[in-house]
Design a protein around this ligand. Structure first.
Ligand code: SAM
Length: 304
C-alpha cells in the first residue's frame, strides 16, 4: 500500500512539474522569478503577491470568467493572476503602476497574446476608454488582488465614474470586505457599506490567510464579489445629496442624526426641519444614523 502511494505521489509531482512549470501560483516559481529579476518589493504600492493555487482557482470560480469576457485586472504584479485570467477570458487588460514590473510581465506572460499591459495609476487611467477600446463599450469584469492602501478610492472610482461593469471580484482586507457587506446594527456598518450596496450586491466568497502571499501582509484578507446593479435598489432624486447625508451621519456616528446632520458644516438643514422629516418617516428624533437602512437614507434625502 505504502509503495503504491509513493508511486502515485511521484507521478503527481512529475505531472505538475510539466503542466505548471511557469504557473506563478506555485510558490517556488514566484521565488524563481523574483530572484531572476532581483525584484525589490515596494511597500508604498501595497505589493503582496499571491502564492496559492487554491485561492487563485477560487477567485476564478467566483468571478465566473468565460471566453466572452474582457477583464480589467488592477495591479498584475508579476502576472500571477493574469496567467489564470488569460487562460479563461477573451482579453485581459492589466493596469500596473510599478515600472519595474513591466519587463517581468513581458516574460511571465509571453505565452499569451490575449493581454494588454498598461503602465499607469488606476486612479488616473480612463477605464471608460479601456471598455471602448477592448470591449466595444460593453461591461467589463474587474478581477484583482487590490493594493490595500487605495481599496476604497478604486471601488468608488469604478462606481461613480459610470464605468460599464458586470462585476468586481477582488481581494481586499478582511475587515474592509466585512464593512462592504454588513447592514445596520453592526459596528462595521458605515458609509462604505451604504455606498457599495447602492451600486452593487456584495458577497464574500473566501477568507484568505496571510501565508497565501509573499511577503505576508499584517492583516487577514477576503475575496468579495460585487455584482453591479443595472438599476439601483432604491430611488433617490439626488445621489450626491444622499451620500453627503450618509457621510455626515457617520462622521459623528455616536451623535443622534438630528445633531450629526444639524452640525455638519457642508449641510444647511435646521435641526427642526430634520426632526420634522424624521417624524414623517416614523422615526424617533433620537435615532442615530448607524441604525438607518439604505432605503431610509434615500427617503430622508428625498424628503429633506
Ligand atoms: N495581482 C498580483 C498578485 O495577486 O500577485 C499583485 C497584487 S499586489 C496586492 C497589488 C499590485 O497593485 C502591485 O503589483 C502594485 O504594484 C499594484 N499597484 C499599486 N498601486 C497601484 C495603482 N495606483 N495603480 C495600478 N496598480 C497599482
Amino acid at each position: 500500500m505504502g509503495n503504491i502511494d509513493i508511486t502515485q505521489n511521484f507521478l503527481f509531482w512529475e505531472y505538475r512539474k510539466v503542466e505548471y512549470m511557469a504557473n506563478l501560483g506555485i510558490p517556488q516559481n514566484t521565488i524563481d522569478v523574483l530572484q531572476k529579476y532581483n525584484f525589490n518589493f515596494q511597500k508604498k504600492f501595497g505589493q503582496n503577491f499571491l502564492i496559492d493555487t487554491t485561492v487563485l482557482e477560487r477567485i476564478m470560480d467566483a468571478a465566473e470568467i468565460t471566453g466572452d469576457d474582457c477583464v480589467l485586472e488592477i495591479g498584475p504584479g508579476i502576472g500571477t493572476m493574469t496567467q489564470y485570467l488569460c487562460e479563461r477570458a477573451r482579453h485581459v487588460v492589466a493596469v500596473e503602476i510599478d515600472k519595474n514590473l513591466l519587463h517581468i510581465l513581458e516574460d511571465t506572460l509571453k505565452d499569451y497574446d490575449n493581454k494588454t499591459i498598461i503602465n499607469g495609476d488606476i486612479l488616473k487611467v480612463d477605464v471608460n476608454q479601456i471598455a471602448k477600446d477592448y470591449n466595444d463599450g460593453k461591461p467589463l469584469k474587474v478581477v484583482a488582488n487590490l493594493p490595500y492602501y487605495i481599496t476604497t478610492p478604486i471601488i468608488m472610482g469604478l462606481f461613480e465614474n459610470n464605468i460599464p461593469l458586470k462585476s468586481i471580484t477582488i481581494m481586499v482586507q478582511k475587515e474592509v470586505a466585512e464593512r462592504m457587506q454588513v447592514g445596520p446594527g453592526t459596528k462595521d456598518y458605515g458609509a462604505l457599506s451604504l455606498a457599495v450596496q447602492y451600486y452593487a450586491m456584495p458577497k464574500i466568497v473566501a477568507n484568505v490567510p496571510p501565508n497565501c502571499f509573499i511577503p505576508r501582509p499584517n492583516v487577514g484578507s477576503a475575496v468579495i464579489r460585487l455584482d453591479r446593479y443595472e438599476v439601483p435598489p432604491v430611488q433617490v432624486e439626488n445621489e450626491k445629496k444622499m451620500f453627503d447625508l450618509i457621510r455626515a451621519s457617520f462622521n459623528q456616528r455616536r451623535k443622534t442624526l438630528v445633531n450629526g446632520l444639524g452640525n455638519a458644516q457642508n449641510l444647511s438643514y435646521s435641526k427642526e426641519h430634520i426632526t420634522e422629516v424624521l417624524e414623517q418617516m416614523g422615526l424617533s428624533p433620537l435615532v442615530r444614523g448607524e441604525t438607518l437602512t439604505l432605503e431610509q437614507f434615500a427617503q430622508l434625502s428625498n424628503l429633506l
